[in-house]
Design a binder for this molecule. Structure first.
Ligand SMILES: [Zn+2]
Length: 57
């Protein structure tokens, strides 16, 4: 059995407007459930709100 750091998860930062995945971030699941960041989106060509999407392992 591999030792898993289950409390640290990788999340994709998804643009709220065009839903494209632009960034990846790692969050502590026990303290952070939702993450919202204002980042530059290449598709929208402006700063947009990016939501964290838990999808990677
Ligand atoms: Zn966008």
């Amino acid at each position: 059995m591999a030792k898993k750091k289950w409390w640290r998860i990788t999340v994709a930062m998804v643009c709220k407007e065009c839903w494209s995945t632009n960034y990846f971030s790692s969050i502590n699941k026990t303290t952070t459930s939702k993450l919202e960041l204002s980042k530059y989106c290449k598709k929208c060509k402006k700063q947009t709100i990016h939501n964290s999407r838990e999808k990677l392992k």
